[in-house]
Design a protein around this ligand. Structure first.
Ligand code: NAD
Length: 313
């Protein structure tokens, strides 16, 4: 006999750069998906892939065992949950899986409110970008107790590798801290690349050396070669979304009494970039923005003497 607690029918809200391919993975693994987004075209794409299209938000929760949220931020997550709750669409026993990169403290508050009506909330934000979403290779940072984790695990394992971060809110906290690191690495790399190229260094040589040395990071191994050096700036992760995550992380540090001066400075620079770039700018545009702050080389800075080659340490 089948297990009644087993999740088979999943509501999915937020079918953007990440949610779209995540729905495709769930369908591929045999889950029934009821898909909703405020953009009708996103629902149409999900339906073409085999999902059931929800005519209204509530339809993504009614009759489903779990509802996944893949939305831009905590304010929207809270508004969606409120709408579902006031429509009476959150039945006792339902589990809400917030895979958005949300604010950990708000997540804890929301989980406590939902628990009063017998609805569980699990936070399960992801890393790995659009490629990870398409390939089912996301890293998923889960905030949940063991019982809820066991319940949602089959859904999450369809999307990537599960890491139990701790209690509710822990996933969102780690995610924000991870992105503060990632954004700081990218910023530092952009500054190093701008300085090195003006000194006359070949950017591809610089990247090759960094990637064989202690300066390597996801920025030097992935973002520069795939999205920046190619001039594509199309990773599918918006600059404003990254800035949101950085602010969550620096607020968390502040709340815990940690000065995080480097992080605060990084937030200021990314904020300046966000103000001067299009709202839809990809986060990898930060590298071009940094580069354009620097005037072109005046030709006075000498290239390295011939034969000295790239540094090895
Ligand atoms: P996106 O902007 O591409 O997609 C968000 C989707 O939510 C859109 O389709 C939008 O129409 C929909 N939406 C907005 N408000 C809604 C509402 N009230 N009801 C229903 N749908 C609504 O964003 P994304 O890149 O897919 O990111 C989603 C979340 O995942 C964010 O929290 C982001 O920080 C996080 N994230 C993104 C990436 C990435 O590489 N793109 C990686 C890891 C985490």
């Amino acid at each position: 006999m089948s297990d009644p607690a087993q999740i088979r029918r999943v509501g999915f809200v937020g079918l953007g750069n990440m949610g779209g391919p995540m729905v495709a993975r769930l369908l591929g693994d045999g889950f029934e998906v009821v898909a909703y987004d405020t953009a009708p075209a996103a629902i149409e794409r999900a339906v073409e892939g085999g999902a059931v299209g929800a005519n209204a938000l509530e339809d993504a929760a009614r009759g489903t065992d779990a509802i996944v949220l893949m939305l831009p931020n905590s304010a929207i997550v809270t508004a969606v949950v409120e709408q579902l709750r006031s429509a009476g669409a959150l039945a006792e026993g339902l589990v809400v899986i917030d895979m958005s990169s949300s604010e950990p403290q708000r997540t804890r508050e929301l989980a406590a409110e939902l628990a009063q009506s017998g609805v569980a909330l699990v936070d399960a934000p992801v890393s790995g970008g659009v490629r990870g979403a398409v390939g089912g290779k996301l890293t998923i940072m889960v905030g949940a107790d063991d019982e809820q984790l066991a319940r949602v695990r089959p859904v999450l394992e369809s999307l990537g590798t599960v890491r139990h971060a701790g209690a509710v809110g822990a996933g969102h906290a780690i995610k924000a801290l991870n992105n503060l690191l990632s954004a700081s690495h990218l910023l530092a790399t952009a500054e190093a690349m701008a300085a090195g190229t003006r000194f006359g260094l070949d950017p591809d040589v610089m990247l090759a050396v960094f990637n064989g040395s202690s300066g390597k990071s996801g920025s030097t191994e992935n973002k520069y070669p795939n999205f920046i050096r190619t001039g594509r700036y199309d990773s599918g992760f918006g600059l404003r979304l990254m800035l949101k995550d950085m602010r969550i992380a620096t607020s968390l540090a502040e709340q815990e009494g940690v000065p995080a001066r480097l992080g605060v400075e990084a937030v200021e620079l990314w904020s300046e970039a966000a103000e001067s770039l299009e709202p839809t700018a990809d986060h990898t545009e930060i590298a071009r923005w940094i580069d354009q702050l620097v005037p072109p080389s005046d030709g006075i800075t000498a290239p390295p003497p011939p034969g000295t080659g790239p540094m090895t340490s």
